[in-house]
Design a protein around this ligand. Structure first.
Ligand SMILES: NC(=O)c1ccc[n+]([C@@H]2O[C@H](COP(=O)([O-])OP(=O)(O)OC[C@H]3O[C@@H](n4cnc5c(N)ncnc54)[C@H](O)[C@@H]3O)[C@@H](O)[C@H]2O)c1
Length: 376
């Protein structure tokens, strides 16, 4: 395990459970900041960096849950040491890094699974096959909506948080590319357009209410080569906490709503709505199964995050996000709890994904003209 604080702590607990069940041997962790007392099971070693760990111990699988800008160097280190990797999302901060990592995977012949849990969701996979089979009729488009609350402590927890770049290195830690990365990745997966060459164009409208470099309230439109419009509308400045992200498929014959992480799928066909609760496969266990038998395919291989990475690239090269005018933002809470609420933002993100239109096209009061990136 590389990275044991933040999200990494949940990976540590998961690996510990797999070790207790006899599926893996939990050898060591690497993090420049020592783990919290009691986090590591007895006997698990602790190294200050992954290079030292890999030099000292023979390792089969490395889980990487570190800042975005460290993903590629650490994954490359692990793959070259002969390990397979579970790499947190977003896998890379640019298309160039994506190609670099893809080349290392090809050269070493090792596996790299990317931590998009939604790729293991039976609900998402069921919806993807319904779309592929045309069960919802002709596709009008796919919307992904996310409205969460993040306070000052979230942006202050690490130096890289909310940065577009750090010390000249791309980070691209905004609402589209990090917290709601799953939304875009899920929508592209459901369209059957997960590979990089399946994206025709990406339009971005990036805004921010927080005093950060990156975006916290954005709409993005992706046109896939099969002709689908994917519209994501996302904010971390919602009024109410706790809304579950949704992917909405608009078809000529019906409509589907995927909610994650609860994995509930709501299908409306012929005026009748059914709701089904699904389960999900774990990505680390899938990687172990793939190692044991290559006939078991990886659920989220790096290649299947290429289309998502096109979106990361478009966000990376877009103009910096425009600040939302102060009169449209209400601040609440104090100290680490202080957070902005963008007026009526829930209404605008919902409309964007229902109408498959960008904020500016809907007339959202903060919206400016957008940046379009064409991929040839
Ligand atoms: N899949 C998900 O649902 C999900 C959820 C949250 C975060 N994430 C991803 O997990 C990753 C970590 O996010 P976070 O919010 O926990 O970050 P964080 O900054 O809070 O924690 C990162 C950890 O990595 C350590 N670290 C930094 N550089 C390191 C290095 N070179 N080697 C080893 N350890 C190093 C830090 O000390 C820290 O413990 C990011 O890629 C993030 O996008 C995924």
């Amino acid at each position: 395990m590389a990275g044991v604080h933040g999200h990494g702590a949940s990976h540590v607990r998961h690996v510990a459970r797999l070790a207790a069940a006899g599926r893996v041997r939990f050898v060591a962790v690497a993090d420049p900041r020592p783990p919290a007392d009691g986090l590591l099971p007895d006997g698990v070693e602790n190294f200050p960096d992954l290079g030292a760990l890999l030099a000292a111990r023979e390792i089969d699988v490395v889980v990487i849950s570190t800042p975005i800008q460290t993903h590629v160097p650490l994954a490359e280190l692990a793959l070259r040491a002969g390990a397979d990797v579970l790499l947190e999302k977003p896998p890379t901060a640019s298309m160039a890094e994506f190609e670099q990592l893809s080349a290392v995977i090809a050269e070493t012949g090792r596996s790299c699974q990317v931590g998009f849990q939604v790729a293991g969701s039976d609900a998402a996979r069921t919806l993807a096959s319904m779309v592929a089979d045309g069960q919802l009729g002709e596709l009008r488009g796919i919307g992904a909506v996310g409205a969460w609350v993040r306070a000052a402590e979230y942006w202050q927890r690490a130096r890289w948080a909310g940065r577009r770049s750090l010390d000249g290195v791309a980070v691209v830690d905004g609402v589209v590319t990090n917290p709601f990365a799953h939304s875009t990745a899920a929508a592209l997966m459901i369209d059957g357009s997960a590979r990089a060459d399946q994206v025709a164009s990406v339009e971005t409208e990036l805004f921010r209410a927080n005093p950060i470099e990156a975006d916290d309230t954005s709409s993005v439109r992706i046109r896939t080569t099969r002709g689908t419009t994917v519209l994501t509308a996302l904010t971390l400045c919602a009024e109410a906490p706790g809304a579950e992200p949704m992917v909405v498929v608009h078809g000529s014959a019906g409509r589907a709503v995927l909610r994650y992480p609860s994995d509930r799928l709501e299908i409306t066909l012929g005026g009748r709505t059914t709701v089904t609760q699904y389960g999900r496969d774990d990505l680390l266990e899938n990687l172990l199964d793939h190692r044991a038998d290559p006939a078991t395919l990886l659920l989220s291989p790096l290649a299947a995050t290429g289309a998502f990475t096109r979106v990361v690239e478009a966000v990376r090269i877009a103009d910096p996000p425009a600040e939302i005018p102060a009169e449209l933002v209400r601040w609440q809470g104090e100290g680490p709890e202080r957070r902005p609420v963008v007026l009526e933002v829930e209404k605008w993100v919902t409309r964007a994904t229902e109408e498959l239109a960008l904020f500016s096209e809907l007339g959202a009061p903060w919206a400016q003209p957008h940046t379009e990136t064409e991929f040839g």
